[in-house]
Design a protein around this ligand. Structure first.
Ligand SMILES: Nc1nc2c(ncn2[C@@H]2O[C@H](COP(=O)(O)OP(=O)(O)OP(=O)(O)O)[C@@H](O)[C@H]2O)c(=O)[nH]1
Ligand SMILES: [Mg+2]
Length: 526
């Protein structure tokens, strides 16, 4: 018996050396000596390290049980052997770690309801088995399946013969495993709860099952937060005069329904508009509306230039970007900004103002008309221009960029103050020769636009409608919108014909607008 036990321990020693000492200690040392190229497989080293940590934890968990069992004289009576073992377990060298690992595996087996079959989870077999044993805490059910397939081998036979208590053998393990799984399930749940409430994870060392806590230490995947820069998608949103409310009262729902129906009928009405042939031909000749680049190329425009349609087609490099209107060849220079009417500069030059809802493209149009990109600041966020900005175009003309009204990211009081300022400017400003009222082609005239139109009618300020962002609508819709607005302003006396259609992006219609505006400066009398 003694002989058998001592031979068993020498066997343990050998296998420990091979299994863990070699795998953990030696490879780690070797890793240290490797050069950076060979360290490529860092993942392997880490895996080995983590396995080692688990092993050490489990050893401290089961140490007491091991010595208790041994001292009870179940099988291990040999003084030498016990002394040898205690030395090994307390020791810190790789060999003792290997032994610990073996013993732990066996204990894990016990934990899985195989108390009588002490070697059920033993790693005396292949290296693979040792890994499974350590993996036990990762997934009890999975481990069961692995053991079921592996323990059918020679390792099981040895357990039966060596352990006197092993009366149930492998079948016993199978029978009891169901209960064990139930227990483990509970423990896993409790561990998960601990983790959930942020409690200390590795605090109970005596319970082997608590090693499962480690399995939850893996960093959880962070939930992806989708941030929306603005509360509403400004690109596709029809800007109403007020922000939509989200109250779920039935009355408001009804109102929304009726509004929606109205909106639908408005769309249907819009689609029913038959544009006049002159408008359609103007749209097609100026390549207005959403078009493919190939059309621009065929027409001889260089699409690599900004606002390509504002260039001379088939031009040589010396001709390109030539502005035919002399007034617009001058340098655009900012010279005043006003928040209140008292700070308006003296009206020395004929002025052309650009009014419209926020984000309609007023500032962009100024840049596009003068071909001086970046002089006037633009943004896709409504409400960038917050003061009345005055720009000199040489000594010929003054271009005025007004703050937008309607939808803007600003406080209501602030927006109201802008609107009041704009109204005051357009109705009282001396030297104001024309207001270009910019309307987004996609959305058409809105109530706030009508308000301004009425005001300019009362104050007899000349205004001209300019459809913007035509490149975002189909050509036929551009023509429809132009037709619709012309019809609605037929009776207005201060409205100047023709209605203009432009795109600051493609440059379509910009040249026509430039011609109209330079004529104003030419014939203006101050
Ligand atoms: N596709 C397209 N986008 C345009 C056009 N004109 C302007 N934009 C875009 O519309 C956005 C608003 O342009 P702005 O010129 O800043 O508009 P704004 O009317 O001055 O706005 P506020 O200063 O807020 O009143 C910017 O992102 C521009 O790039 C156009 O003709 N076509
Ligand atoms: Mg602006």
């Amino acid at each position: 018996m003694d002989h058998e036990t001592s031979s068993k321990h020498s066997n343990i020693k050998k296998r420990a050396k091979f299994a863990v000492g070699k795998a953990v200690g030696s490879s780690r040392d070797r890793f240290k000596t490797l050069d950076s190229k060979k360290k490529g497989n860092l993942g392997n080293f880490r895996r080995i390290q983590s396995r080692r940590v688990k092993t050490d934890d489990i050893v401290s968990n089961v140490e007491d049980k091991f010595y208790k069992r041994r001292n009870d004289g179940v099988k291990l009576k040999n003084e030498n052997a016990s002394g040898h073992h205690s030395k090994r377990v307390d020791g810190d060298d790789s060999r003792s770690r290997g032994l610990k690992s073996n013993y732990i595996s066996r204990k894990v087996g016990e934990f899985h309801g195989n108390e009588s079959n002490g070697f059920a989870g033993s790693n005396f077999g292949s290296k693979k088995k040792r890994i499974y044993a350590n993996d036990a805490s990762l997934s009890k059910n999975r481990m069961f399946n692995k053991w079921e397939s592996q323990d059918a081998g020679g390792g099981d036979r040895r357990k039966k013969s060596e352990n006197g208590e092993n009366r149930n053998g492998f079948n016993g393990f199978l029978r009891k495993n169901g209960d064990a799984k139930h227990e483990n399930g509970k423990q896993l749940r409790s561990s998960a709860e601990e983790h959930k409430f942020g409690m200390k994870k590795l605090k109970i060392k005596k319970n082997v099952a608590d090693d499962s806590v480690e399995t939850f230490d893996r960093p959880r995947r962070k939930r992806r937060l989708i941030r929306i820069a603005y509360p509403y998608d400004t690109a596709n949103k029809r800007f109403d005069d007020s922000l939509p409310t989200f109250d779920n009262t039935t009355e408001e729902k009804k109102d929304l329904d009726t509004e929606e129906n109205n909106e639908m009928s408005k769309n249907a009405q819009f689609r029913a508009i038959q544009p006049s042939p002159s408008i359609i031909s103007f749209v097609n000749e100026n390549l207005l509306g959403r078009r493919r680049e190939i059309e621009f190329k065929r027409a001889g425009y260089n699409i690599e230039l900004s606002s390509p349609l504002d260039n001379v087609p088939f031009s040589t490099s010396s001709e390109r970007e030539r502005i035919e209107e002399s007034a617009f060849r001058n340098k655009l220079a900012f010279f005043a900004a006003a928040k209140v009417s008292s700070s308006f500069p003296a009206p020395d030059l004929p002025e052309i103002a650009f009014a419209g809802r926020s984000n309609v493209g007023k500032s962009s149009l100024l840049n596009s008309l003068t071909r001086q990109w970046g002089v006037v600041r633009t943004s896709d966020k409504p409400g960038l221009t917050q003061t009345i900005n005055f720009f000199n175009l040489g000594s010929k003309l003054c271009l005025v960029d007004l703050p937008g009204y309607g939808f803007a990211y600003a406080k209501d009081e602030v927006k109201e103050s802008w609107e009041e300022l704009v109204k005051e400017y357009v109705s009282t400003r001396e030297g104001l020769k024309r207001v270009c009222l910019l309307i987004d082609t996609k959305w058409g005239i809105k109530p706030r636009d009508h308000e301004l139109v009425d005001l300019m009618e009362r104050s007899k300020t000349k205004y001209q409608i300019v459809l913007t962002k035509t490149d975002l609508a189909f050509p036929i819709d551009v023509a429809r919108r132009a037709m619709q607005i012309e019809e609605s302003l037929k009776t207005k006396k201060s409205a100047v014909q023709p209605l203009m259609m432009v795109s600051s992006k493609t440059g379509a219609g910009v040249r026509s607008l430039r011609t109209v505006l330079s004529n104003i400066s030419r014939f203006a009398k101050l």
